[in-house]
Design a protein around this ligand. Structure first.
Ligand code: AMP
Length: 175
């Protein structure tokens, strides 16, 4: 199965969760055992020799890809969660939304100086969530060794917020 075959497993839902958004529904890809495996295998192939020490992903859909890839690469997994969800001491990073701000937290002992951390998510739209995770990793002395997405909404120019990082997207959407 080729990369462009994976794209056929992403379902566009216009108007969800609000008018003007075309939601990229990844659940058909997850349901298809060949496609989900293929997606994780392509990611693992790209990162297998890059000395990754751990993966950070944001709740909730990021966990699906980040968790599977961490297992495949044999590295640690670090959940980035909305405020108040993690039980131990946390480090927080706020980020801008279209209206207002939100924040992500990770456990303060999850990353140590010199760790080579990979950020993984299902979809990158504006890039705000990813940029917040990059700041968290760097605040804690880690290095952002790569950033990986199943789907990049290129028409929103998310990479503007991620200049200087190595970004790998399996599916690039121009509209
Ligand atoms: P971002 O705007 O890059 O910070 O995206 C925030 C999160 O929302 C990402 O982790 C995606 O999972 C999700 N997201 C944003 N836009 C879409 C979309 N059009 N389709 C599916 N998921 C989206």
């Amino acid at each position: 199965m080729e990369k462009h075959e994976l794209e056929k497993k992403i379902r566009d839902i216009p108007g969800f969760p609000k008018a003007g958004i075309i939601f990229k529904d990844i659940t058909p890809l997850l349901l298809d055992t060949k496609s989900f495996k293929q997606a994780i295998d392509i990611m693992a192939d790209y990162y297998k020799d890059k000395n990754i020490t751990s993966i950070v992903s944001a709740e909730a859909r990021g966990f699906i890809f980040g968790g599977a890839l961490a297992y495949k690469l044999g590295v640690g997994f670090i959940p980035a969660r909305k405020p108040g969800k993690l039980p131990y001491k946390t480090i927080r990073q706020e980020y801008e939304l279209e209206y207002g701000t939100d924040a992500l937290e990770i456990h303060e002992d999850a990353i140590k100086f010199g760790d080579r951390v990979l950020i993984v998510d299902d979809v990158i739209a504006t890039g705000g969530t990813t940029a917040a995770q990059a700041k968290l990793i760097e605040k804690m002395g880690g290095e952002v060794a790569g950033i990986c997405f199943l789907v990049e909404l290129a028409f929103l120019n998310p990479l503007e917020k991620l200049k200087g990082y190595d970004v790998f997207s399996l599916i690039i959407c121009d509209k």
